[in-house]
Design a protein around this ligand. Structure first.
Ligand code: MN
Ligand code: MN
Length: 456
C-alpha cells in the first residue's frame, strides 16, 4: 500500500504485537549508545537464534547461521540459503554510529576550580542542541598491557551524569545575536565532570580528584585517554512519546532503528532460498570512511570467506556474488515536521505513520553524490511490498535546492549490485533525542522481512 497511513491496520492482537516489538526496540537503543555496544548486543541476539562465529565453521552449508565481526564495530550476520552464494545474496545494510560528542585524546583540564573534559564532536550535530542536557559517557579505554576497560557513566539511576553548561540569558545578549551555527562553537562543547578538590593537593586539586576517582573505579591513568574511545551521549532510556504512546523518543534512532529492525528481520525470517545477510557498519555519519566504514573492503572479504567455506574460493565467485546481490540500504528519512513544513516538497516527503520510506536517490543539488536506484529494481520492491501488505512511501530529503545528504547506498552500488535506500522517517534527526513512530518501526521490520525473503 503506497502513501497511506498504516495505523488503521493495527487493532487487537496485531496492535499488541506492534507495541511489544517496540518495547524490544526501546531496550536496544536504551542499552546500545555506541557502535561497540550495538555489535555486542547483536552478537548476543544472534547467539540466541543459534548463530555461530565464522571461525567456528570449517565449512558452511544451507541452513547454517553465521556471523562475523570487524574490529568490534561492524557485524555481518548470514543465513546460508539453498542457492549458491555467487548467484547473489539478499542484504539489509544499516549504520550503527550516531552523531555524538567524543573526548579528545588529551581531554582533562581544570579551570575556575572545575574539572572538564575537552571534546570533538562526531557527525553533523546542531551544536546548540547539546548543551545543558544530562549526558552519559560510554566507551572503552585500551591500555598498554593489552587489556581494555569498558566505561559507562550516567546510565544507572544511581550514577552521576555529566553536562555541557550554557550561559544564562541575562548575560547572553552578544551571544544570542550570533547565527545559529556560531551560537555554540565546537570548542565550547567541553563537559563538566567535577568540582571537589582532592584533600592535601595544592595545585589542580579538582583535576587530581577526578583522576583519583578514575583510577579507583577503572584503574586508568591520565595518559590512558590517548588510547581511549569515549563517546558523550544523552543519558537515560528511550521513552514513549505522546499521550497515545504512538512514538518513541530517544537517542540514536539514526540509524539504530533501521539496524535493529534489519537484524530482527533477518533472524525472524529464518532460512530462505537465497543467502540472506544483515550488515551493520560504522562511520556513516563521517563519510563511511576507514576500516570499519562501508567503504572498507571488509564486506567484500567476508563474502570471499563465505565462498571459501562453501568450497568455492575463486575470485570470480565473489565478484559474481556482489554483482548479483540485492540490497536495501536501511537508513532513516527526514519526516515532515508540522512546525517546519516549508523546507519540504510535500508530495515527495516522508511522514510519520506511512510506513517504510523508499529514497530512490538522496544527494544534494543535482542529485550530487547519490545512488540513483534503477526503476526495474524499484518495480520489484513495490511488487514485494504490495503483495505482503506493507505500507510504504517515497521521499526526497527536502526541497530540491534546500539540502541534501548521503547514505551507504552508492558505496555498495559500486559493486554493481542493485541497492536502494529504504528506512524509517525520523523527526528531530541528529538531535540528542530523535522521534520515530512505532507503526513505522514495525512496518519497516515487516518490510525488511518481506524483502529478504522474496527479492531476486
Ligand atoms: Mn543515517
Ligand atoms: Mn545521520
Amino acid at each position: 500500500m503506497y502513501g497511506k497511513n498504516a495505523w488503521n491496520k493495527y487493532t487487537g492482537e496485531k496492535l499488541d504485537a506492534l507495541m511489544q516489538f517496540n518495547e524490544e526496540y526501546k531496550e536496544f537503543i536504551s542499552k546500545c549508545k555506541t557502535e561497540r555496544e550495538c555489535v555486542e548486543y547483536s552478537i548476543e541476539l544472534c547467539k540466541k537464534y543459534g548463530f555461530k562465529e565464522i571461525s567456528e565453521y570449517k565449512k558452511l552449508k544451507a541452513g547454517d547461521k553465521v556471523y562475523a565481526t570487524n574490529k568490534n564495530r561492524n557485524i555481518c550476520a548470514f543465513i546460508i540459503g539453498d542457492e549458491k552464494i555467487e548467484d547473489g545474496i539478499n542484504v539489509l545494510g544499516a549504520h550503527i554510529d550516531s552523531p555524538r560528542i567524543d573526548l579528545k585524546q588529551n581531554p582533562l583540564y581544570e579551570k575556575t576550580d572545575m574539572a572538564l573534559l575537552d571534546t570533538h564532536y562526531y557527525g553533523g550535530i546542531v551544536k546548540y542542541q547539546w548543551v545543558t542536557h544530562m549526558l552519559a559517557m560510554h566507551g572503552v579505554v585500551c591500555k598498554m598491557d593489552g587489556t581494555s576497560v569498558n566505561v559507562v557513566i550516567g546510565e544507572d539511576e544511581n550514577d552521576p551524569v555529566v553536562c555541557i553548561t550554557d550561559l544564562l540569558p541575562h548575560l547572553a545578549a552578544d551571544k544570542n545575536n550570533k547565527p545559529g551555527n556560531k551560537v555554540i562553537e565546537g570548542e565550547d562543547l567541553d563537559i563538566t565532570i567535577g568540582h571537589m578538590p582532592l584533600e592535601g593537593e595544592e595545585k589542580n586539586a579538582v583535576k587530581a580528584h577526578a583522576l583519583k576517582l578514575l583510577k579507583e573505579k577503572y584503574n586508568i591513568e591520565e595518559e590512558d585517554f590517548v588510547s581511549a574511545e569515549i563517546e558523550i551521549v544523552p543519558a537515560g532510556k528511550a521513552r514513549d512519546l505522546g499521550i497515545d504512546r504512538s512514538m518513541v523518543i530517544g537517542y540514536g534512532h539514526d540509524d539504530r532503528v533501521c539496524a535493529y529492525t534489519s537484524l530482527r528481520a533477518l533472524l525472524d525470517a529464518g532460512k530462505c532460498s537465497r543467502t540472506t545477510c544483515t550488515f551493520l557498519v560504522d562511520k556513516e555519519e563521517i563519510g563511511s570512511v576507514g576500516a570499519t566504514g562501508a567503504q572498507s573492503k571488509w564486506f567484500e572479504n567476508t563474502i570471499a570467506e563465505l565462498n571459501a567455506l562453501m568450497g568455492n574460493d575463486s575470485n570470480i565467485a565473489t565478484r559474481r556474488a556482489l554483482t548479483n546481490t540485492r540490497m536495501l540500504s536501511s537508513d532513516v528519512s527526514a519526516a515532515v515536521d508540522p512546525l517546519y513544513q516549508s523546507v519540504f516538497e510535500v508530495k515527495n516527503a516522508a511522514y510519520l505513520g506511512k510506513g517504510i520510506c523508499i529514497n530512490k536517490y538522496t544527494g544534494a543539488r543535482g542529485k550530487s553524490g547519490c545512488n540513483d536506484a534503477s526503476p526495474e529494481y524499484l518495480a520489484q520492491i513495490r511488487s514485494i511490498f504490495d503483495s505482503n501488505d506493507i505500507n510504504y512511501q517515497t521521499a526526497e530529503l527536502g526541497k530540491v535546492d534546500i539540502g541534501g545528504g548521503g547514505t551507504i547506498a552508492y558505496i555498495l552500488g559500486n559493486y554493481n549490485m542493485e541497492v536502494v535506500d529504504a528506512g524509517i522517517a525520523v523527526l528531530s534527526m541528529h538531535a540528542p533525542n530523535e522521534v520515530v513512530s512505532k507503526v513505522d518501526v514495525y512496518e519497516a521490520y515487516l518490510a525488511y522481512m518481506a524483502f529478504i525473503k522474496n527479492v531476486k
